[in-house]
Design a protein around this ligand. Structure first.
Ligand SMILES: *[C@@H]1O[C@H](CO)[C@@H](O)[C@H](O)[C@H]1NC(C)=O
Ligand SMILES: *[C@@H]1O[C@H](CO)[C@@H](O)[C@H](O)[C@H]1NC(C)=O
Ligand SMILES: *[C@@H]1O[C@H](CO)[C@@H](O)[C@H](O)[C@H]1NC(C)=O
Ligand SMILES: *[C@@H]1O[C@H](CO)[C@@H](O)[C@H](O)[C@H]1NC(C)=O
Ligand SMILES: *[C@@H]1O[C@H](CO)[C@@H](O)[C@H](O)[C@H]1NC(C)=O
Length: 323
């Protein structure tokens, strides 16, 4: 009798596991929902994927008001992974426009064949006097395979540059993200290098026009592999992932505070191991205003303790600073 009961329990358990693990995934259900600011004022872009072709709809509304008072439609494109399985998925994109700045919105995405969970976001404050805060972290994984096809197809970054490089404005800054990877995977051709160079030159010229620089004096660039570092990692600064400051093109392992450098300042973060401690961590950046930029290094190992901080003060920007 005892045996029977145990067996029954065991069988039930197996049935349960079978029910949980072996139901085929519903191919019309949204997955990988993410949002991005498309670089166009008062808008937000929702991107997700489904295994089967479905409509691309976002239902949304202001937080605290009638649920899903607005509907926006977009479209999808088919993406086939370059791997052995040649997995196919549909990438959906819907742009929400005419949003009220700094307002919280509730949304879900999908179609009548399947809706995502309910999420929320706060739209961007478009004022140049806005003081944005950022989290800076290193190495989200290596996505170079198949000519960067995952980057190109599955993200939705500002501009029309296949998501490999892009720029956008926020508060008093023009922020540029460029690809350092195109220099390391030359098997995909030199075309990407030239295209990025030309794009960057034009982007910097535009950002540096006097009327633009007056509003957004900070020009901040970011990339995966640092151009310089003081660690002993051959020709690649990324493997010993460190946190350090590089000043006026010199290499220094000290943390400079309250100084007015006249040239480019570089910050290397990601900190798998940091220069100033052996902690895992990331950096928080706050653009206070047109002259003050604050950064602090956070230790994961010490439960979020700030282990280094600095304020970069820059009274002069642009060509004036070099004179
Ligand atoms: C849904 O997608 C899967 C995987 O791509 C495919 O095998 C299946 O035939 C599709 N079903 C429909 C109804 O299109
Ligand atoms: C989706 O819509 C965008 C914006 O309207 C358009 O540029 C793009 O070509 C469309 N893509 C497809 C696959 O229809
Ligand atoms: C945007 O930020 C600025 C500067 O902090 C603030 O004065 C303004 O009220 C904010 N705008 C909105 C719509 O909250
Ligand atoms: C890689 O993609 C770029 C466009 O993003 C294209 O110009 C280049 O020819 C591709 N290279 C290969 C080897 O397919
Ligand atoms: C920027 O903020 C700092 C620190 O709060 C302040 O001392 C400085 O006067 C501000 N600069 C401008 C141009 O508002």
């Amino acid at each position: 009798m005892m045996m029977m009961m145990e067996l029954q329990v065991l069988l039930c358990l197996f049935a349960l596991i079978a029910a949980v693990c072996c139901v085929p995934p519903i191919g019309t259900q949204p997955e990988q929902v993410h949002i991005s600011y498309p670089g166009v004022k008062n808008s937000m872009l929702v991107t997700w994927s489904t295994a089967n072709k479905t409509e691309s709809i976002v239902e949304y509304g202001l937080w605290g008001e009638k649920l899903f008072s607005h509907t926006a439609k977009g479209n999808s494109s088919v993406f086939t992974d370059g791997g052995l399985e040649k997995r196919t998925m549909y990438i959906h994109r819907v742009t929400l426009t005419d949003l009220i700045p700094t307002a919280s919105y509730v949304y879900h995405c999908g179609s009548d064949a399947g809706w995502s969970d309910i999420f929320y976001f706060t739209s961007l404050n478009e004022s140049v006097s806005f003081s944005p805060r950022f989290a800076l972290f290193g190495d989200m994984g290596n996505e170079n395979p198949h000519n960067f096809s995952h980057y190109k197809s599955r993200f939705s970054m500002p501009g029309h540059t296949e998501n490999l490089w892009y720029s956008w404005n926020v508060g008093p800054a023009h922020i540029i993200s460029f690809s350092t990877e195109v220099y390391f995977y030359l098997e995909y051709g030199l075309d990407l290098l030239f295209r990025q160079y030309e794009w960057l030159q034009a982007d910097l010229q535009e950002a540096n026009r006097p009327e633009n620089r007056a509003q957004r004096p900070w020009i901040i660039t970011m990339g995966h592999r640092p151009m310089y570092c003081s660690n002993d990692d051959g020709d690649d600064c990324t493997h010993f992932q460190s946190y350090e400051w590089i000043w006026s093109s010199g290499l220094m392992n000290t943390h400079m505070r309250d100084s007015g450098p006249s040239t480019i300042t570089r910050c290397l973060t990601g900190a798998l191991k940091s220069r100033i401690s052996t902690d895992y961590g990331y950096t928080r950046m706050r653009l206070i205003n047109t002259t003050h930029l604050y950064l602090e290094q956070v230790s994961d190992d010490q439960y979020g303790k700030v282990i280094d901080q600095m304020t970069l003060v820059k009274e002069k920007h642009g060509a004036d600073a070099w004179r």
